[in-house]
Write a protein that binds this ligand. Sequence first.
Ligand SMILES: *[C@@H]1O[C@H](CO)[C@@H](O)[C@H](O)[C@H]1NC(C)=O
Ligand SMILES: *[C@@H]1O[C@H](CO)[C@@H](O)[C@H](O)[C@H]1NC(C)=O
Ligand SMILES: *[C@@H]1O[C@H](CO)[C@@H](O)[C@H](O)[C@H]1NC(C)=O
Ligand SMILES: *[C@@H]1O[C@H](CO)[C@@H](O)[C@H](O)[C@H]1NC(C)=O
Ligand SMILES: *[C@@H]1O[C@H](CO)[C@@H](O)[C@H](O)[C@H]1NC(C)=O
Ligand SMILES: *[C@@H]1O[C@H](CO)[C@@H](O)[C@H](O)[C@H]1NC(C)=O
Ligand SMILES: [Zn+2]
Ligand SMILES: [Zn+2]
Length: 582
Amino acid sequence: MHSVRGFLAVMIFASVASGLPVPDKLLAPPTLHSYLHQLGAGYGWRNLTCPICKVLFAALDISLEVDSNKEMVASLAERVCMALRLAEPSVCQQTIQLFKKDIITAWVLSVLRPSEICGLLVGADCGVWDIGSNWNISLPNKPKPPVVPPVPPTPGSPVSRVLFLTDLHWDRQYLPGSSASCQEPLCCRMPPAHNQSGAGYWGTYSKCDLPLHTIESLLRQVSAQGPYQAVYWTGDIPAHNVWQQTRADQLDALRTLTGLIRKYLGAVPVYPAVGNHESTPVNSFPPPYVQGNLSSHWLYHSMAQEWHHWLPQSALSTLRTAGFYTVPIGPRLRLVSLNMNFCDLGNFWLLINYTDPAGQLQWLVEVLQEAEEKGEKVHIIGHIPPGLCLKSWSWNYYRIVNRYESTIAAQFFGHTHLDEFEMFYDEETLTRPVSVAFISPSVTTFINLNPGYRVYQIDGEYPESSHMVLDHETYILNLTEANARPGQDPRWTLLYRALETYGMKSAFPADWELLTRRFLQDERLFQTFWYLHHKGHVDEVCQENCKTTLLCALRSGRSSDPELCKDLLLPGKPLWERKQFC
Ligand SMILES: *[C@@H]1O[C@H](CO)[C@@H](O)[C@H](O)[C@H]1NC(C)=O
Ligand SMILES: *[C@@H]1O[C@H](CO)[C@@H](O)[C@H](O)[C@H]1NC(C)=O
Ligand SMILES: *[C@@H]1O[C@H](CO)[C@@H](O)[C@H](O)[C@H]1NC(C)=O
Ligand SMILES: *[C@@H]1O[C@H](CO)[C@@H](O)[C@H](O)[C@H]1NC(C)=O
Ligand SMILES: *[C@@H]1O[C@H](CO)[C@@H](O)[C@H](O)[C@H]1NC(C)=O
Ligand SMILES: *[C@@H]1O[C@H](CO)[C@@H](O)[C@H](O)[C@H]1NC(C)=O
Ligand SMILES: [Zn+2]
Ligand SMILES: [Zn+2]
């Protein structure tokens, strides 16, 4: 029994660890299945036989209903965390305390069904572990309208400017002069032990988030540079101190930043999306069938309260239930804000049932079908990009984008903290670009980046408008320069304009596809992209495998699809491991 609990403890930590730095060897490759296998092997559990496994987990299932046993599991998890040096002891302790209730509940409801867990641990002969198996949403039996390739608007047509903010990650404990390097997952918040380089006044090139005065400086500047038709704000409000956050902390961050954005942007409508850091424990977003105190009620209701100035009742109503909504934002333009936590491998609640959580994709299909019939265009915003989603979710989403390519005018995401994009191709041949998901870089510095934000130029409001992206601008705060003059409100400067910098004719899907092909041929152009990918603060070179991996990511609007990159990959050469900043 003891070791089974120990293994369970490691698994608890496996889920928890998505919010903490885990040694690389435990993380590669990033699928839950092999992840747990590796952890299991590390703990000596390869030799478990099927019948023993089932008996043990049936017993555990029952014993975990008793609260004192949950405590025992949690204390074991703490010891495992410390023994494996997964984090500093105090971080281990606080993390496990914070996460134990939610994760154990999710498991009692799901994974601990003996045949499933044993299928995972012992092998398919012992039971069915069907995480990652396929499910299909259904598309209406209405013919897809003929596709008309987009053309640039006639000169002089109205252009909308949309301010895009993502991944603010405000650290209320950020302390200028504090230690910029530390053992914890987040630094720049403790007095330095000895003469280390200290945290800058406006931010730091390190594992650090941002002080409020930097975010305020950004808002002050953008408010002077309007007008904007709208602000799209795709989440991750709190800092990365995920091992110690309370619900009250998360709500305080939500209220503080909502208030600040309203203060500086006044009447401009703001359309938010829910990030994976909004909750605590991080990534914990139970679908609506989880009721009671563990549900996301506390979060979504506060969001609906805070955002009621920006959203109509109908949107607030679905926001309260499941964190997503749709709202008409122009005579022929509709916005859909998705809750991408329902596609996220890190959301352990999905272990209970990963089939279209909250019915979100089926709902999306209905919204798009209605928009198609009304002749509306749709902008989709969300936090986690679709190419990083659980496989079935991602493939279904790809199918929806294919079916509604003439209705979905643009897609916008954040979460990676980097400047990039993901291509969508026609499902039949995977060669014709049908859509592009823009991924805007973070406001935060986490990790080693300049703070930044983006402005999209979008085909404006007139009857035949495509409402597609025409160009975009990325602004940064050069920390080296800003920190040299801490007493002075710094200037956020234009880093680049897409069309000009990349020499593109327009910013339609086919142009981004062409750009990725040019990256293959033109090393200088690719290195420009690599520099901008990091908002002008690069700390390593990118060649060969790194380049291949990144180009593959740009092509991968859906996850786990070897077809999309097969001509890029060199036989026998593994993909480079992309750093995770989110
Ligand atoms: C698993 O089996 C191997 C060889 O069959 C043995 O050396 C090892 O000690 C076993 N491990 C455990 C935890 O029983
Ligand atoms: C989902 O659709 C795909 C492609 O049409 C099909 O191959 C697969 O069997 C379907 N899966 C389920 C579970 O219906
Ligand atoms: C640390 O910095 C302080 C002030 O900057 C200086 O007085 C002191 O000598 C330094 N100590 C060491 C060990 O460098
Ligand atoms: C609900 O859960 C939160 C966080 O675990 C806790 O702080 C709060 O006291 C709980 N409320 C109730 C009514 O149980
Ligand atoms: C999982 O959710 C889907 C969609 O809500 C539902 O059809 C299915 O029955 C659920 N599966 C289980 C095992 O509860
Ligand atoms: C930031 O400023 C430093 C110092 O002036 C300069 O060397 C660097 O190139 C600047 N970075 C960017 C992205 O402009
Ligand atoms: Zn995120
Ligand atoms: Zn983030």
